[in-house]
Design a protein around this ligand. Sequence first.
Ligand SMILES: C[S@@+](CC[C@H](N)C(=O)[O-])C[C@H]1O[C@@H](n2cnc3c(N)ncnc32)[C@H](O)[C@@H]1O
Length: 249
Amino acid sequence: MIRLLHGDCLAMLKEVEPGSVDLILCDPPYSSGGTHAGDRKASTTAKYTDNDFNGAARLPAFSGDNMDQRSFTAFMRWVCSELRQKTREGGILEMFVDWRNLPAMTDAVQMAGWVWRGVVVWDKGISRNQPGRFRNDCEFVVWCSNGDLPIDWKAAKGTKALPGVYHVPIVAPKQRFHQTEKPVELLESLLAICPPGGTVLDAFMGSGSTGVAAVKTGRSFIGMELSDQYFDTATKRIQEAEDELLNDF
Ligand SMILES: C[S@@+](CC[C@H](N)C(=O)[O-])C[C@H]1O[C@@H](n2cnc3c(N)ncnc32)[C@H](O)[C@@H]1O
């Protein structure tokens, strides 16, 4: 089952049945970029894209990415609280974030009532060059559970732990559908914590990469997106993924 909702996720979430979701996997606007508070006010095109011919700067900028840290924490707390209402007991939350807002995100999820369980690392293998300094070539996934998450050691016999670090290259800017697109391969790995056939929700789906990963791994998907253009792109990509699956059969 695929359900795509066009609009502000805080309004759209009202359409979702409480307790019906197994896994929330979201890539919200990071409200990041640069090293000073003023840098956050720039457009996503200036902050996150290159201007090379046909690079990601050709794609539409998106909104919701200019919050200061206090507003970001308050917004994420609000969204994560609504998301928790929609998640079953023992369900999982995975929230992408970069190094600048990692502390704000771990505060927000806990304030929203989630049990914070750890931080998964996405090693992108690339970053801006800073001679003599450490590279910022990783992004992070803050993961949590809705309440207790007991391990049934008997049933889990033979099951391995999921990796805590993923080495997956970024999508090449010229091949992107979204300015800050996440690789489907990475998202498929992050879906492994969701039971087969379970329901995945992405409240900031952008070009629909999480939806494509859900279709490819046989899970139901609920996606939300504010931007008209990105909603259309997501609808098209997810439909194509479904068609491909049917053709394979
Ligand atoms: C970081 S991008 C997601 C990119 C996505 N992971 C992909 O691979 O294409 C965040 C998206 O959230 C959308 N957005 C911003 N505020 C929103 C809101 N309040 N409700 C729903 N979507 C929102 C933006 O338009 C943007 O496309």
